[in-house]
Write a protein that binds this ligand. Structure first.
Ligand SMILES: NC(=O)c1ccc[n+]([C@@H]2O[C@H](COP(=O)([O-])OP(=O)(O)OC[C@H]3O[C@@H](n4cnc5c(N)ncnc54)[C@H](OP(=O)(O)O)[C@@H]3O)[C@@H](O)[C@H]2O)c1
Length: 269
C-alpha cells in the first residue's frame, strides 16, 4: 500500500528536497507552504516522478489553516504515515534590537506551528497505532549561537518537545525524531531577518551569514533530506547533519569550552 507523508515548508530548500526524495522512494506527498505557485510547481515535479501530490497553501502559524491542511490530507489519503515539521525562518541580531513582534513571529513559525500539526494529526496516528513525526530543528537547538537568541530559543524548544514527546508516544507506536541541520545552502536567506541598532549593523549580520554559507562547512538541502529519510527508514531518534555533529559533541562534553569560543566570536562581531 502506498503511504503518504505531510511536509511543511515543502516548496523550497530542505522541504522541497525532502519531498522529491520521498517521492523517489515511493511515497505520495501532501505539501504545505504559504505561496501557492511555488508549492504547485513542486507538486508537478512529484507527479512527474509518478507519485500523487496534493499542494495545500497553508500558513502553519495559523491553527485553523493547519487543521484544514490535515483534513484535506486525510481526504487525499487515509494512510498518512509520516509528518515532517520543517517550515522555519531564521533571525539574527542583538536582543535589544529584537522586538516582541520578532520573537512572536519566530516562536509561531519555528515552535508553535510544530505543535499545531502534531496535535491535528495525532488522532489519526493514535487510531492507527503507528506513525512517525520528524521535527527539523537546527544546530541552534543543540548549541547556543551568538546573537541568535530568538532563533535558538525556538529551536531549543523544538529539541525539548521532540525528546519529551518521544518518551510519551513510543509505547503507543509513534516514533518522534529530530534532524538537526548545520548551515545549509537552501533558500532561507530569502526569508531570514537581520536586526541591529541601525541598517548598517543589520546588513553586517546578513553579510556574515552570506560568508558562512559560502564556506565548505555548509550542507546541501539534499544532505538534510537524506538524513530525514534515514531517521524515518531506520527509526533513529536524531541525526545531526554536517559540521554541527562535531560541535554538538564537543558542547556536550565541554560546554564551558564552546561557550568561551562563542563568546570570543560574538565579541569580534
Ligand atoms: N538552511 C539552514 O542553514 C538551516 C540550518 C539549520 C536549520 N534549518 C531549518 O531547516 C528548516 C527548513 O529551512 P530551509 O533552510 O529549507 O528554509 P527555506 O529554504 O527558506 O524554506 C522554507 C520553507 O518554509 C516555508 N514557510 C516559511 N514560513 C512558513 C509559514 N509560516 N507557513 C508555511 N510555510 C512556511 C517556505 O515557503 P513560504 O514562504 O511560501 O511559506 C519554504 O517552503 C527550518 O526549520 C530551518 O530552521 C535550516
Amino acid at each position: 500500500m502506498v503511504t503518504t507523508v505531510i511536509i511543511t515548508g515543502a516548496s523550497q530548500g530542505i522541504g522541497k528536497a525532502t519531498a522529491l526524495l520521498f517521492a523517489r522512494k515511493g511515497y505520495d506527498i501532501v505539501l504545505a507552504a504559504r505561496q501557492p505557485d511555488r508549492l504547485e510547481s513542486t507538486a508537478v515535479e512529484i507527479r512527474n516522478l509518478g507519485q500523487k501530490a496534493l499542494a495545500v497553501p497553508t500558513d502553519v502559524r495559523n491553527v485553523e489553516q493547519v487543521q484544514a491542511l490535515v483534513e484535506k490530507a486525510l481526504d487525499f489519503s487515509n494512510n498518512i504515515d509520516v509528518l515532517i515539521n520543517n517550515a522555519g525562518i531564521c533571525m539574527t541580531g542583538p536582543i535589544e534590537n529584537t522586538s516582541l513582534q520578532d520573537w512572536q513571529q519566530i516562536m509561531d513559525t519555528n515552535f508553535w506551528a510544530y505543535l499545531h500539526t502534531t496535535q491535528a494529526l495525532l488522532t489519526h496516528f493514535l487510531q492507527r497505532g503507528t506513525g512517525t513525526i520528524v521535527n527539523v530543528g537546527s544546530m541552534g537547538g543543540k548549541i547556543p549561537l551568538p546573537y541568535m537568541t530568538a532563533y535558538c530559543t525556538s529551536k531549543y524548544a523544538v529539541t525539548g518537545f521532540t525528546d519529551t514527546l518521544r518518551l510519551e508516544l513510543k509505547p503507543k507506536g509513534i516514533h518522534v525524531c529530530a534532524v538537526q541541520p548545520s548551515a545549509t545552502r537552501s533558500d532561507f536567506m530569502e526569508r531570514a531577518q537581520f536586526r541591529g541598532q541601525d541598517e548598517t549593523q543589520a546588513q553586517k549580520y546578513r553579510q556574515q551569514m552570506n560568508n558562512l554559507l559560502e564556506t565548505q562547512l555548509t550542507s546541501q538541502p539534499e544532505d538534510v533530506a537524506q538524513a530525514i529519510w534515514d531517521v524515518v527508514k531506520h527509526q533513529k531518534d536524531e541525526i545531526i547533519v554536517g559540521s554541527a555533529s562535531i560541535l554538538s559533541t564537543v558542547h556536550r562534553l565541554f560546554p564551558g569550552l564552546t561557550q568561551w569560543v562563542m563568546q570570543l566570536s560574538s565579541q569580534k562581531s
